[in-house]
Ligand binder design. Structure first.
Ligand code: CTP
Ligand code: MG
Length: 258
């Protein structure tokens, strides 16, 4: 035990620095097509608990986060509300549920539109990354508090990456066009953290299709910075990822002495 009065998961505001309130928006409105048929991905169970509940807890575990906005499947906001009511969350965390849209981008926008005044830092976190450790969440918040307009957790790549000329039909050979220098590439995760005003402006002005929110901020010409990501922040995308997620949970239970 240390003498630190706050648990390690609390980014401690520097003396004289005003406390800035942080909200997390969790897009959870996707179907999970690549996971195969079944319930919407965010509602599928991991260790007996819906993936979304893990993701909400992962955000709420950070003492910096005082509001979580869940963006539910368009016709599932009621179901998601009752689900979250049925699972314990820390007292200090408020939860809002809003219906999502057809694209991730649209869903995040709806979450942002629902954000009350008074939250100046926003995290955007995929429900499909249910196991992100709290230290990663705190590192992102800390970097925004330190002045970055946009922050992404990032990891080096294990695989070499090729750029190809996409084939006309799936399964056909594709000519390789280039091999980018792997040492300069990073795989990025969530939560991504933003000054609220910057993220709102990005969503108002950038209309191109993007796969992450930081990409929209890049289009504004602003600098996005990375902090170290974590292997447990992987995205549950395909069936094998569920196997890995169950294994991570089993290892945690073992380590927690259950
Ligand atoms: N998402 C969303 N609204 C959409 C599409 C995606 O809120 N219209 C969310 C998903 O719920 C997920 C996150 O964005 O938490 C990342 O997307 P992804 O992993 O691609 O999930 P899905 O779109 O559900 O999966 P798939 O692409 O396989 O259908
Ligand atoms: Mg998707």
């Amino acid at each position: 035990m240390s003498d630190d009065p706050l648990p390690p998961s609390s980014p401690t505001p520097a003396p004289g620095r005003p406390t800035v309130r942080t909200a997390a928006v969790i897009p959870a409105a996707g179907r999970g097509v690549r996971l195969g048929p079944g319930a919407p991905k965010a509602l599928r169970a991991l260790g007996g608990t819906p993936m979304l509940v893990h993701a909400v807890r992962a955000m709420a575990d950070s003492r910096a986060v005082s509001l979580v906005v869940v963006v539910a499947p368009p016709d599932g906001a009621g179901e998601v509300k009752s689900l979250l009511d049925a699972h314990a969350l820390p007292e200090r965390t408020d939860v809002l549920v809003v219906p999502g849209g057809d694209s991730r981008q649209e869903s995040v926008k709806r979450g942002l539109d629902a954000l009350p005044e008074g939250y100046d830092i926003v995290l955007v976190h995929d429900a499909a990354r249910p196991l992100v450790p709290v230290d990663t969440v705190d590192a992102v918040v800390e970097a925004v508090r330190d002045g970055a307009a946009a922050v992404v957790p990032a990891l080096p790549l294990a695989d070499t990456v090729k750029q190809v000329e996409p084939a006309a039909a799936p399964g056909e050979p594709e000519p390789v066009v280039a091999t980018p220098d792997r040492s300069r590439l990073r795989a990025v995760q969530t939560p991504q953290g933003f000054e609220r005003a910057t993220l709102v402006r990005a969503h108002e002005t950038v209309t191109d299709d993007v796969t992450d929110d930081a990409g929209m901020v890049e289009r504004l010409g602003l600098t996005v910075v990375t902090v170290p990501g974590h292997e447990e922040a992987f995205k549950v995308t395909r069936p094998l990822d569920l196997v890995l997620a169950e294994a991570v949970l089993a290892r945690r239970r073992l380590n927690d002495g259950f």
